[in-house]
Design a protein around this ligand. Structure first.
Ligand SMILES: [Zn+2]
Length: 274
């Protein structure tokens, strides 16, 4: 019970002491009225408290942590126009936040151009008891023709070979492999986001891949990493620099998140295929 109920309880206990230990033992009518008042007061306090708790619960929103990849000295991949991955991911994260914030509490792991290590990113999500963690990246390759979108969910090393490079940061994680238990829900989230992105954009090539992604392994909630195309691919760089394309991506990811919460408790996901 919260502190604001203490004054009521003290008054009630005072009445109680008066009734039980007062000197006018013979006045039974007064005692009966006092006991009735005591019961009424107790009921008032408990009903008031229950209503207050329900109001707080109703106001709660699900918490989503968006992680704009890289930042600070780590610019990530770089396009021929000079644009950096860290700039694109922060901009996209803000757009997704704008799409979601009327119905969720959305927190960004970084809100400007500064560095934060992989452990710090997932620790933030764990500390906030987030419902979802989504790390945003755009790819880079020495081969300009390499492109497409990949949605990664966590799969421990050794269970499957991965073809595409993923983050290779080697910072030790105190929560190592905690994400293993969320592999299926992460895959489910990736499927839904992919479907919603395809609905939003007509020519988005995308695939879903399980991999031991460092930035996901410490997250204690469903989590995915989305690599939204390649800055080193001239056509994709051009598209990623367009505001309209970024809004399409932001809306698609936001709708995928909505679908995840709508369908997570049902078994509808069994009809989805990669
Ligand atoms: Zn990256």
């Amino acid at each position: 019970m919260s502190g604001h109920c203490k004054p009521y309880l003290e008054k009630i206990l005072g009445i109680c002491r008066c009734v039980l230990y007062g000197g006018n033992a013979g006045k039974s009518l007064v005692r009966w009225i006092s006991i009735s008042m005591l019961i009424s007061a107790l009921l008032f306090v408990f009903i008031r408290e229950a209503k207050a708790e329900r109001t707080i619960f109703d106001r709660e929103k699900r918490i989503i942590v968006l992680d704009p990849g890289h930042g600070g000295h780590d610019k990530g991949s770089r396009g021929s126009s000079g644009i950096n991955e860290s700039t694109v991911t922060l901009n996209l994260a803000r757009m997704i936040q704008a799409e979601l914030e009327n119905r969720y509490k959305v927190i960004l792991t970084r809100t400007d151009d500064y560095w934060i290590d992989v452990t710090g990113r997932t620790n933030m999500a764990n500390h906030l008891k987030a419902d979802l963690f989504i790390s945003l990246h755009v790819g880079g390759s020495f081969l300009h023709q390499v492109g497409g979108m990949t949605l990664f969910y966590f799969k421990p090393a050794g269970t499957e070979k991965t073809e595409k490079p993923i983050q290779n940061e080697t910072a030790p994680s105190q929560w190592e492999n905690i994400q293993k238990q969320y592999s299926e829900s992460g895959k489910f989230l990736a499927l839904l986001v992919k479907h919603c992105l395809l609905e939003q954009g007509k020519n988005l090539e995308s695939e879903i891949q399980g991999a031991p992604v460092k930035v996901l392994e410490g997250a204690d909630m469903p989590a995915i990493l989305i690599e939204l195309g390649y800055l080193t691919n001239p056509a994709e760089e051009k598209a990623l620099c367009e505001g309209d394309v970024r809004w399409i991506l932001a809306k698609g990811i936001a709708r995928g998140i909505d679908d995840f919460f709508k369908k997570a408790l049902s078994d509808s996901y069994i009809n989805l295929h990669e």
